[in-house]
Design a protein around this ligand. Sequence first.
Ligand code: SF4
Length: 286
Amino acid sequence: MPARLTKLERTGLPHRVEAARPIADPRKRLLRVIELLEANLGVAVWDGRKDALEVLVLTILSQNTTDPNALRGYQNLAAHLPGKHTGKDAATLPRDAAGNVDKVKLRLSNAATAVEPPDWPRVAQLTQKQLADYIRAAGLPDSKSGAILALLAWLKQTVGDYSLDAAIEQLGVDASMDALSGLKGIGVKTVSVTLIEALGADLCPVDTHVHRIVNRLGVVDTKAQRDKTFALLKPMIPPGRAYSLHHNLLTFGRTVCTAKKPDCANCFLRKLCPSAKALIDAGEAR
Ligand code: SF4
């Protein structure tokens, strides 16, 4: 049976728990934030190993676009250059009432368990223009095709095959992160998302939500430098808590601590948050 697409799993019974007082030390504040996020949103649990190359290519395709668009580009590529049949079944993707892929429930990393991959050796032989044409539905086809071809060339050179799992096993997580994030078009966030979703690495990728929230909470002060946020945050997170922190901050950033008009008045982290008063006083909060 093909692996079924699963939604993000969470354990625990979330209930409303509020911050009681300010905490001066940013590291201790982060720990309290982790506890309060888990108490209010549950503990997000990694849902199992996936092929790292498939997750990374899907993640590259998802840059600056929606997950359904990224998936369309990936499926179009696989339809034109099909790989060996592995028994994956796209019918297990979540669907809305109209039968389209459900934009809310779709998790791109899990699409790797539901969608047949392309034939990577044949993809590696394409010109950049040919690949760009196949993945056009995902947007930015020129830069994304360049990134994918650079990745495949690096794999061939590093392990003699198109296996990112083999490369990570050979180099280790930290060296793989350095090498992959040095390839054009593949940044630290894209690699760290791949490592947590494909391998369950104990990392908290820093996307726009994570960056904004930990800065508002005064855990770091990194302004526009997202990769610096990742480097500073990494040693501050207690072992085993990074995966749940990442997913809880995504949920929190989409619902409460939104980019515009965060809901500071009803936020369970408000008493810990050095930005709340200024946002409320300036009328920039809901
Ligand atoms: S109080 Fe406001 S700014 Fe601070 S974490 Fe909550 S929603 Fe975000």
